[in-house]
Design a protein around this ligand. Structure first.
Ligand SMILES: [Zn+2]
Length: 484
């Protein structure tokens, strides 16, 4: 459903000073005046304690009032129990997308009892706004990136979770008992789980903003896990642990290593307990660890061209608050360095011969068959490691175009691609590339399936129920298109 999802919180800007007010200050106005400036007099700080929904909301509001030029607070929707799903943008342009510059995000507390990420997000917000202008790296990051932080995707689950509970499922699910990280559309398998309001809010959010890079924060292990989470052959999941390799496997491994190497201990890959696995260099392919259907990271990647990885940040899901300082120290550098990776690879604009932006042009890097779309400004981004690549660009009514380019280590490669209108001979105007057929007839980005090697492949697997049909459909299209 389409709706105005970005409700910028304006209640804090509701106090006005007038000359008249200063002459006739009644008690209420005086209190309001004091309340407004009180926030500037109090030290701006964040404790190493857990913040329930009300405390978290208060911190976010205080931050948005105190740092009006660096932050914006909006809600992407409400939980089952009516709690706002707050997102705080931290950037030198908090209210407006910076044309040509990437938007990135963190989503924490999707499992309500995995509490460390939620608190780390509040500390990250505090750290970013208090270091802007003094720390050159943070200043550069916020001048060139819009960072969207959703500290809790499952605020209802958190409220019924218990501090000190390292394992178990109390609070993991939303208020209707759904696991939100099994609730997204899935490329490999039909997902029959009823879509939840929290999931719908995130789906609409990522359909409105082209996020380039994302981290999903969890607990219960210590590892950076990357797509794919699901696999065409998870029928055999109890017998094998084969990786489910995505076309951007090199990039995903790199992003995961950036996190694990900048983390205090993740890179060592030690198991949380003797019964749990260790992870070489602190990273793993999601399906190789264990396959799952309906996860958020595969959805971000396949549906929206956003590179998301899953960050498991603590062996204990809800450790005592006295450990929070330790977790912040372990993760601070990694959280920041990871986001900066949005500035690696290629970026640019797709324009027509008159220099106007072309929206919803389909873009693919050759041999990486997850395509993505340009924004309304014609922008695109793709995180890539150094090397030579070929960009394949297609837009309805235009001649398709290939562009070769080089990516270097030091800075992103900027490319503007001009597309020329196709001459319309009968039968030719719809000829285009077969690859991009999946993107053609859809108006809303959130319904577009980018990763669709053959037109109709996904529809076929959705139409057939059962594990065997998805096994054959998924696997065949997979192999023939990545390697064929
Ligand atoms: Zn989790």
């Amino acid at each position: 459903m389409y709706g105005p999802i970005f409700l910028v919180v304006s209640i804090l800007g509701a106090f006005h000073e007038t000359t008249a007010a200063s002459q006739h200050i009644n008690k209420d106005l005086s209190n309001q005046y004091n309340a407004r400036f009180h926030v500037y007099e109090e030290p701006y700080s964040i404790d190493f304690t857990y913040h329930n929904y009300d405390q978290m909301s208060r911190f976010l509001r205080t931050t948005s009032l105190r740092f009006q030029n660096l932050t914006a607070l909006y809600s992407i929707g409400k939980s089952v129990k009516g709690r706002d799903l707050w997102v705080m943008v931290v950037s030198s342009s908090p209210y407006e997308h910076m044309i040509g510059k990437p938007d990135v995000k963190y989503v924490a507390n999707i499992h309500g009892n995995e509490a460390v990420g939620r608190e780390l997000m509040l500390h990250l917000i505090h750290f970013l706004v208090t270091n802007y202008g003094s720390d050159p790296y943070i200043t550069w990051l916020l001048d060139n990136t819009r960072i969207h932080i959703l500290p809790s995707m499952n605020p209802d689950g958190f409220e019924v979770s218990k501090e000190g509970y390292c394992e178990g499922g109390q609070g993991r699910y939303n208020a209707r008992g759904f696991d939100l990280n099994r609730n997204f559309p899935d490329y490999f398998k039909q997902n029959n789980k009823k879509s939840q309001p929290e999931t719908e809010a995130v789906k609409e959010w990522v359909s409105k903003i082209q996020f380039v890079l994302s981290g999903s924060l969890h607990g219960g292990a210590l590892v950076a896990s990357y797509p794919f989470d699901n696999t065409p052959n998870s029928l055999f999941q109890s017998y094998t642990s084969a990786p489910s390799i995505s076309p951007d496997d090199d990039v995903f491994q790199h992003l995961s290593l950036i996190y694990s190497r900048n983390h205090g201990s993740m890179y060592q890959g030690l198991p949380c307990s003797p019964s749990q696995p260790g992870f070489k260099n602190g990273i793993t392919n999601g399906a190789q660890w264990y396959p799952l259907t309906g996860g958020m990271q595969d959805f971000n990647y396949v549906w929206n061209g956003c590179m998301e990885i899953t960050l498991e940040l603590s062996c204990c899901k809800y450790p005592p608050a006295s450990d929070l300082q330790f977790y912040w120290d372990e993760n601070r550098v990694a959280l920041i360095k990871f986001l900066a990776e949005a500035h690696r690879g290629i970026r640019g604009f797709v324009i027509d011969e008159n220099g106007n932006p072309i929206e919803r042009a389909s873009i693919k890097v050759k041999s990486r068959d997850v395509s993505f779309l340009t924004t309304k400004y014609g922008e695109f981004w793709r995180i890539l490691l150094p090397g030579m690549y070929k960009l394949e660009v297609y837009a309805n009514g235009y001649l398709p175009r290939d562009v070769e380019f080089r990516v270097v280590e030091q800075h992103p490669t900027y490319i503007n691609v001009t597309l020329y209108r196709a001459s319309r001979h009968p039968g030719e105007d719809e000829a285009g590339s077969n690859f991009y057929n999946g993107n053609r007839d859809h108006v809303n980005r959130d319904h577009v399936i980018h990763f669709r090697p053959h037109s109709g492949a996904n529809a076929a697997s959705e139409a057939n129920n059962g594990i065997f049909s998805s096994l054959s459909n998924g696997f065949n299209s997979f192999v023939s298109n990545w390697f064929g």
